[in-house]
Design a protein around this ligand. Structure first.
Ligand code: UD1
Length: 417
């Protein structure tokens, strides 16, 4: 099992080019099978989740060529529409394929998705939406069987603005005659990116970024070349580490509007963040006043995917910080590992109460999930002595070369097998 070995206490100084967003790339890859033409995705990150999605696409009959960070997908021979148990278990985002397989083949047989252990992660909103489009769904023996012979346009409303359900339904409706209206949708930038990608293949989708999306059915989609949007969560993770450890880091390929909720919290501390000529510079003296209260919420609220990293920062802030997790119920399970490093955190239901300490000490800790694992690395970079973070396969689901990036900023971190 691979691990990171970190000798903490170094300031972070240098430059980071923010990669393309995992959460944009995964639905975009799922959408590739909607086109019979060739699709080239530029700057595709090398991540475990991306590899798993490519394996599923290959299993469905796609021809895939990877050249550096360019991935070419030829879906002309897609057939069958079966996603096996083993592959679906590896990747929660396999659920996006339900919408795209149904649209392309008129039927789908998918094992229930697996993925990050951060909560119940039901898929009722996905299935209700598909049913509203007239799709017959039978759930049996851990599989979801879908038949779209009666598919029709609809005007539907989601119970919650689920990111995955919004993306799935946009794809399911892409060839449906007439106008499909999806209300109470998620407004995340990755949904806007999926819309832009679909439209670059000839789709007619509008409204992404607002709470109503309209899909006008088209007969077919053509090939395209596309570069997905930059990763606001990876950027946010590296920004929080910089603030925590102190230093000065310049971020390129960054979209400050997508990070507004994070920046507005950090700007109430002593760090300094400014944008010039497309570069965001984050400066921190490594001293931390009390954090304002944080409540995770749907975009544009504070992202649940940065909650764990902010909890890590709060462990070394003055006084008591309060962080409430409103999206995924078990996202505090990393906190037992935080405590091994000297953090003082009490969890009451969905709220963490964090008493700041003046030092963290290195320890042997294990990543429990993707973002929790990233937070342990931030704490290890800050802590005295040596921290060993094991089970980093969780981290590598969503961060490419995290060790290389931190090492380039002057951190003492190595990846060991
Ligand atoms: C996506 C992101 C994930 C992020 C999350 C919330 C990807 C690949 N993943 O996950 O990184 O943390 O958005 O921003 O883009 N829910 C239901 N029923 C459903 C679907 C969702 O009750 O059918 C609930 C979930 O339990 C959760 C909330 O809705 O409480 C939001 O989940 P959702 O937006 O669907 O998250 P994902 O798309 O899985």
């Amino acid at each position: 099992m691979s691990k990171y070995i970190i000798n903490g206490g170094k300031r972070l100084v240098g430059q980071v080019e923010v990669p393309a967003a995992k959460n944009a790339v995964l639905p975009i890859l799922a959408a590739c099978i909607l086109s019979k033409g060739e699709v080239v995705i530029h700057k595709c990150p090398h991540l475990r989740d991306v590899d798993n999605m490519l394996k599923i696409l290959q299993d469905l009959g796609c021809k895939i060529k990877v050249e550096g960070s360019d991935v070419t997908i030829d879906s002309s021979c897609v057939s069958g529409g079966v996603v096996s148990h083993d592959l679906a278990q590896e990747l929660r985002s396999s659920i996006f394929l339900l919408g795209s397989i149904i649209a392309r083949l008129g039927k789908a047989d998918m094992a229930y998705p697996g993925g990050c252990e951060i909560g119940l992660r039901p898929i009722d909103i996905h299935l209700d939406g598909l049913k509203a489009l007239g799709i017959d769904i039978v759930e049996d023996g851990g599989h979801i069987y879908c038949d779209a012979c009666n598919i029709k346009s609809a005007d539907l409303i989601l119970d919650l603005p689920s990111v995955g359900a919004t993306e799935n339904l946009m794809m399911a409706a892409i060839f449906v005659k007439g106008k499909t209206v999806i209300r109470n949708v998620a407004r995340e930038p990755e949904i806007v990116d999926l819309q832009d990608f679909l439209n670059s293949m000839g789709a007619k989708v509008r409204g992404a970024g607002s709470s109503v999306i309209v899909v006008e059915g088209v007969a077919s989609l053509h090939g395209t070349e596309y570069t997905p949007v930059s990763d606001r969560i990876a950027a946010g993770s590296y920004i929080i580490s910089t603030v925590m450890c102190g230093g000065e880091v310049e971020f390129s390929n960054i979209i400050p509007e997508h990070l507004r909720s994070l920046i507005s919290k950090l700007c109430k501390t002593t760090c300094n963040i400014h944008m010039k000529n497309g570069i965001m510079t984050v400066r921190s003296n490594g001293r931390h006043p009390r954090l304002p209260k944080i409540d995770t919420m749907y975009y544009p609220g504070f992202p649940t995917d940065l909650q764990s990293q902010m909890t890590a920062l709060a462990t070394v802030c003055d006084g008591t910080s309060i962080i409430t997790e409103n999206i995924f119920e078990t996202r505090f399970k990393q906190i037992s590992e935080f405590r091994k490093m000297g953090a003082k955190v009490d969890v009451k239901g969905r709220t963490a109460i964090i008493e700041g300490v003046s030092r963290l000490s290195g320890a042997e800790v294990s990543a429990e999930d993707l973002r929790g694992g990233a937070s342990l690395v931030s704490m290890g970079l800050y802590a005295d002595k040596t921290t060993i973070v094991s089970d980093i396969f969780h981290i590598e689901r969503g961060y490419e070369g995290m060790d290389v990036i931190y090492a380039s900023l002057g951190a003492d971190i190595v990846r060991a097998d």
